[in-house]
Every structure is written in C-alpha cells, then in structure tokens.
Design a protein. Structure first.
Ligand code: BES
Ligand code: ZN
Length: 590
C-alpha cells in the first residue's frame, strides 16, 4: 500500500525518485537558484508523473534531449502546484530545467548587513516540513528517499555547503564551483544548501564547524565537545552511519534553533553564549541522525515520531554529559513550554494530539512543542513501565529494524505491541497518541535543581525576593524555569530587580532574556521595550520571536508596537518566520 501523504501530490505508484544530479547556479542579484536536475527513478516511469512545486518556474522537461509534455496545475494553498509530466515511454531518467522564485519559502536571501562579516550576502535553505518544493521540483514527501550529487556555481569568494560531502571546490574566474556527493538516501526535507563567506574548522575525527570567519573561533569553542557527544550517542543508539557530522553556524535570521540536515546540521548563532549551556541543541540535532534521519516519519502527521524520539534521545545524552538532575531540569523547562503551547491552541484542540488529520493544514501552522514533549513523555512513560534495560534494547531494535525507512504512527504502534506484549495494560496508548491535552500519568520531571527553583518561587510569591547568594550557583535552565513560572504580572520594581539579579543586561542567553521580556511586557514595564526591540531586530529564531510578538500584541500598552516592530524588521526575517508571525499578529486582531 503506498503511503497517503496529505501534504504531497506525489503518487509513488508512478515511480520513486532514487537519485538526483543537480547543476545549479546561485544568483544573489536576482535571488534565484537556476539549473537542471537529472532525476533517476527506482524503476522506469511510464505514463504520468506528479511532482511537487511551489513558485518554481519550469523551463523545460526532457529525456535524452527530447522534450516531454508537461503542465502545471492551479495552486493549492497548502501543497503548492502539481507538476504533471506526461511521459509516453518508460523512462528511467528525466531532466528538468528550472528557476526558483525570489519568494521561494525555503530560501532566505540575506543582504550583507544581516551577516556577521557585513560584507557578503548569505543564502540559507530550510526545507522542513514542505518547503523543498519551492527550491527543487521533487516528490516532497518524507516517505520518498533519494541520494544526490550537485555542482553548485557561486560568485567568489563565496562557497556553498550542502547536506552532503563537499568533494571539491574549483576556482573558475569570478566563480567558485562546489561539488557535492550525498551517498546516503535522504527524504527531500533534508535537502539543504547554504552559500556565504564560509570558513571551516575541524573539531574532531568526524566533526567540524563551518561559519563566517568572524564567528569561527567562538563557535569552535562552544561546540568543542561534539565528538564526545557522537561517541556517547553511538553507545545508546548504534553506529553513526553518516560518516561526518559537521555543523554550520548561520546568520541570526535562521528561523530555528537547529535543523538536522545530514552531515551538516544547521545551527542558530544564538547557541553561542560563551558557556556551552546550549549544547543540548547540538545533542538534539545529532540525535536526529538516528531518530528522524535514519528512521523517518512517513508523513508530517507522524512528526511526533521524529521529534518525540529525538527529545527522548537528547535527554538521554544530556544525562550522560551533564547528569540526571540536569536532564530532568531540561525536561521541566520544556514541559512548561509545551503546556503554554497547548493553552494557546486550547486544551481540546487537535494540535494538542500526537496524531491527528492534517488534511488542508500546513505543518508550519501547527508547529509547536507538543510532538516534542508529549512524544518524549509518552516514550518515557513506556520506559518507566518496562524498565530502562528493556527499553534500551527496544531502542536499538527499533533503529536497526527501520533504518533508512519511513514509518507511520500505526507502524510504530504495531512494532511496539509486538516487542512489548502486554504494553496496553500498562499504558493507555489510545489516550496518549490520539487524545487531546496532556495525560496526568506522565512522568514528572524531578530533581533538586527544580526543587531549588520552586522554593525560591514560593518564597517570592509570599513576599521574599531571592538574594544574589540564593541564585549564585544556578544553572542556565534554572533561571528559565524561575522566570517562566513567575506570576502573570509582577511589580515594575521587581522587573528591574530580576534584571539585575540574573545579570540579564549582560546575558547572551536569549532563552532567559525572552522569558524575562515576556513577564516584563505583561507587567507593563515599559523600559523593557528598547531591549525587546534590540532582540527583535537582531535575531530571527522563532522560539524567541513568537512569544515576544505574542506578548506584545496581547498586552494593552504594547499592542500598537507589535505591528510597527514587525513591519520594521520583517525584511530581516526568513520567509517561514514571516508566515508564522503574520498568523500571530492576525489572529490576535492587531
Ligand atoms: N527538525 C527540527 C526543526 C524543524 C521542525 C524545522 C519542523 C521545521 C519544521 C529541529 O530538529 C528542532 O527540533 N529544533 C529545535 C531544537 C530544540 C528542540 C532542542 C529548535 O529549533 O528549537
Ligand atoms: Zn528536532
């Protein structure tokens, strides 16, 4: 049975893409990517072939220099436009010549001012969930995997990096030609390209970091422990099958914290805080090398399989590196974040379920921490019921069984029931997977680090402010938990006090800053606006932009600033972030 993917026009009965060979030119002046892809299929394709596209200009479709008939359908709001290739003969290769639109949703074209160096432009892609189709025509479903090779031409001194092995960089007059080879099959959402003034530093046997030269040294320090993470991850999940794990530090407008592009994880520069307190994001993207990139969700309705498993794996890694109390503390911060997301949707909303129909829904519209934390809690509950040792064996077998494959929620549940007979008596699977809200039998994060914070919060609520020495040894996430759990509004003098107490004026930790700004905005502490604007104008990570714009637009005094600031800085954000913020600003009626 072919998988029904509600987000793709692909019909795998017509054939499956197995390999694509690209010849592409990156042009910053026109903000386009243009060239040809040669598509090879698993078995010869006869009759029709449907590919996904969005805003791509198709120039020519041909096979062996012979033009093929094709047409492009009306735009579907979520899926984009179906490219229909009409193909009378059985063909095993088809070539498509195309040019992307300057508005391609996958592509962020950054002016030099938005980079660390300030002299050269930068291009970054973000294909997950369904943006690959705005960059390349493809079967844009995570149930289809292909290998690829690419030749990418960029203006010197810029170079390109991809989710692939960069085999060669050739100078050709004013251009650099970069060659790539991706020998492991990937789904389209892991196709990735970045172009900029890139430098590289090796960090370990299998890992290194790419970034603009201006941030390379700091980045190399922040992520120096990555090789150790890979070693530890292998002990838990099995061998690392992607050969190299490089990281690319992007300019600040990258809309996510990290993106698990294979061989080249994309990371926000906001992880560089000078104390390695954000390496959990690296652990998370690395963990996707097993859960997500090896074992892949079959459709975006099964997204919790990618993220729930990866958060679980991230926490296991944190436990090894930083100790159990710290990993539990992380669980507490992120759970609070998830519960907040659930409240925004409404506790009964579909988006609070792990699995629900997404027909007619853009995955970006329902992106939240629910599949992450509810997914992880579900897995942790199973672990609690069967014991860690047995669960460890289950993890290894799960990865080994499904590596380089995609699976649905039902596939997973069948596997779970086969491997863990009697699990239904211990865990209410139906409620957990298909029910709304957050079940009360979820394992509770617990650690003295969390207790410490709640002791201070309770004292504050009964009138005692924490003193410097009370919070002196606090770990970064403890400050987050504290700020997140303050009352909805607090007095202005306390806003000023906490800013000083936690040294927020000097802090580079935007997790903390965002939590603080949100309380300060809600509390009507107007002096904070200047700092909020500084964050909104320098960072494009949605984890920060969304709560800040939401707080601004939901509070009487700041309502008017929400739209104004957004209009002022929208040009500096990635198209995906612009879309998300438009939704926030419109639904709250600003
Ligand atoms: N794969 C996600 C990012 C993503 C999800 C992009 C859905 C587009 C659509 C990535 O692995 C991720 O989860 N990043 C988190 C990291 C955090 C949970 C540690 C982020 O960006 O904050
Ligand atoms: Zn993830």
């Amino acid at each position: 049975m072919p998988i029904q993917d509600p987000h793709s026009f692909a019909d795998t009965r017509q054939g499956r893409i197995r390999h694509i060979d690209f010849d592409l030119t990156v042009d910053f002046a026109s903000r386009t990517l243009a060239g040809t892809g040669i598509y090879a299929f698993e078995a010869p394709v006869a009759g029709s072939l449907f590919l996904d596209t969005r805003d791509i200009h198709i120039e020519r479709v041909f096979a062996d220099d012979r033009d093929l008939d094709w047409s492009i359908d009306q735009e579907d709001r979520v899926k984009g436009r179906r490219l229909h290739i009409k193909n009378p003969d059985a063909l095993s290769k088809i070539s498509i010549t195309f040019t992307t639109s300057p508005d391609a949703t996958a592509l962020g074209w950054l002016a030099p001012e938005l980079t660390a160096g300030g002299k050269h432009p930068f291009l970054l892609s973000q294909c997950q969930a369904i943006h690959a189709r705005s960059m390349i025509p493809c079967q844009d479903s995570p149930s289809v995997r292909f290998t690829y090779t690419a030749r990418v031409k960029v203006a010197a001194p810029l170079t390109a990096a991809m989710s692939a092995d960069r085999t060669k960089v050739e100078e050709q007059g004013e251009f650099n030609i970069c060659y790539f080879d991706m020998p492991q099959a990937i789904p389209s959402y892991l196709f990735a390209l970045a172009v900029g003034n890139l430098a590289f530093q090796k960090l370990g046997k299998r890992c290194g970091v790419f970034s603009e030269p201006e941030v390379l040294e700091e980045a190399a320090w922040e992520f120096a422990e990555t090789e150790r993470l890979i070693d530890e991850a292998e002990k838990l999940f099995g061998p690392y099958l992607w050969e190299t794990f490089n990281m690319l530090i992007l300019p600040p407008s990258f809309p996510y914290g990290g993106m698990e592009n294979p061989r080249l994880a994309f990371l926000t520069p906001t992880l560089i805080v000078g104390d390695r307190s954000m390496v959990n994001v690296v652990a998370h993207e690395l963990a996707h090398s097993w859960t997500g990139n090896l074992v892949t969700n079959a459709t975006w309705e099964d997204f919790w399989l990618n993220e729930g498993w990866t958060v679980y794996a991230e926490r296991r890694l944190l436990e090894v590196i930083e100790g159990e109390p710290y990993a539990q503390l992380h669980g507490a911060v992120r759970r609070d974040g998830m519960l907040e997301d659930m409240k925004v949707f409404g506790m009964e909303a579909d988006a609070t379920k792990l699995k629900f129909s997404q027909e007619g829904i853009d995955p970006d519209e329902v992106f939240s921490m629910v599949p992450y934390e509810k997914g992880c809690s579900f897995l942790s509950l199973i672990e609690e019921k069967v014991g860690r040792e047995r669960f460890n064996g289950f993890i290894r077998k799960y990865i080994e069984t499904f590596k380089f494959q995609s699976l649905t929620t039902d596939d997973f549940l069948s596997f779970l029931r086969e491997e863990m007979p009697g699990i239904d008596e211990k865990v209410d699977i139906k409620t957990w997977v298909f029910g709304a809200g957050f079940p009360s039998d979820a394992p509770q994060p617990s650690s003295h680090l969390i207790d410490d914070v709640y002791a201070r919060l309770n004292a504050y609520k009964s009138g005692t402010l924490p003193k410097k020495e009370d919070v002196a040894g606090w770990k970064a996430p403890q400050v987050e938990v504290f700020l997140k759990n303050l009352p909805q509004t607090i007095p202005a003098e306390d806003c000023a006090y906490f800013r000083d107490l936690f040294g927020l004026a000097e802090s580079r930790n935007r997790n903390q800053l965002t939590e603080y700004y949100v309380v300060a905005i809600r509390s009507g502490y107007e002096p904070v606006l200047e700092e909020v604007e500084r964050l909104l104008s320098t960072v494009g990570r949605m984890l920060y932009l969304k709560p800040l714009y939401r707080a601004l637009s939901e509070t009487a005094w700041s309502k008017k600033h929400a739209r104004t600031l957004f209009e002022k800085y929208r040009g500096t954000y990635h198209p995906i972030a612009v879309g998300a913020l438009e939704r926030i600003l419109t639904t709250s009626g600003v």
